[in-house]
Design a protein around this ligand. Structure first.
Ligand SMILES: [Mg+2]
Length: 242
């Protein structure tokens, strides 16, 4: 263990076989690296996957966005939106899907063979759709009323912008749909639910007990890791203000 690294990053245990690392607030903020990001990535020496509730981009897009910071293979990036689509394509390949999501995620779904429709779907899948509108709510609410299942890629209702202002997230879109359609059960893919943690462990090739989750949100990163049997390192400790 490198004692210098340990001193710089309090709470970081470098004895894990593999690391699941949150993105926003842990590696970047407002698109910029945090003061400890280079030190952290050097300490993890490639033994990590990024696990993020991002429900807008594909792994390939995010790898390109982060290329100035770190060279990542797409296999090292686990994102809620892409994970939701891949799980749906695997588990329900014949499903007709109303997909409220970015153009790149819609393309991914089509490439995986999912049938996308605006009319009478089997499943409504909500991602971070910046074109979300009154018509989106109407289509989704009508579909749920007719019996379609609801999948929400990311439960977060907002994330902090560069000035600390709330930036609307996927969960806020889902809340609008549920406000119109009435409360019902639905499946969540993003943290703290288990899907992203399970995917990350598979990619790392290690068991839950051998891994460490590094994140800045105890309610999602921490609680989700604990439920999955993964230890948690609170990245807020890296700031040195707690
Ligand atoms: Mg975070």
């Amino acid at each position: 263990m490198d004692s210098g690294v340990t001193l710089a990053l309090p709470g970081l245990d470098l004895s894990a076989r593999g690391y699941l690392v949150d993105l926003d607030g842990t590696l970047i903020s407002g698109g910029r690296p945090l003061p400890w990001t280079a030190t952290l990535l050097a300490a993890l020496a490639g033994r990590f996957v990024i696990v993020s509730n991002d429900a807008e981009h594909t792994a390939a897009e995010l790898a390109a966005k982060l290329a100035h910071l770190v060279r990542l293979d797409v296999s090292q990036i686990v994102l809620a939106g892409e994970c939701a689509i891949r799980l749906l394509a695997r588990d329900r390949p014949a499903a007709r899907v109303l997909l409220l999501a970015s153009a790149s995620l819609r393309q991914l779904a089509a490439d995986l063979g999912l049938g996308l429709t605006d009319d009478d779907p089997d499943v409504v899948l909500v991602g971070r759709d910046r074109d979300f509108s009154y018509a989106s709510i109407a289509r989704a609410a009508r579909s749920l009323h007719r019996g379609a299942d609801l999948i929400v890629a990311n439960p977060d209702t907002s994330h902090p912008g560069p000035g600390g202002e709330p930036v609307p997230e996927t969960g806020a879109l889902a809340a609008a749909i549920l406000a119109a359609a009435g409360h019902r059960s639905y499946r969540v893919i993003g943290k703290p639910e288990p899907a992203l943690f399970e995917d990350g462990l598979v990619r790392l090739g290690c068991a839950a007990a051998e891994a460490l989750m590094i994140g800045d949100n105890p309610a999602t990163d921490g609680a989700g890791a604990a439920a999955a049997g993964i230890r948690f390192c609170d990245a807020r400790l890296f700031r040195g203000d707690r």
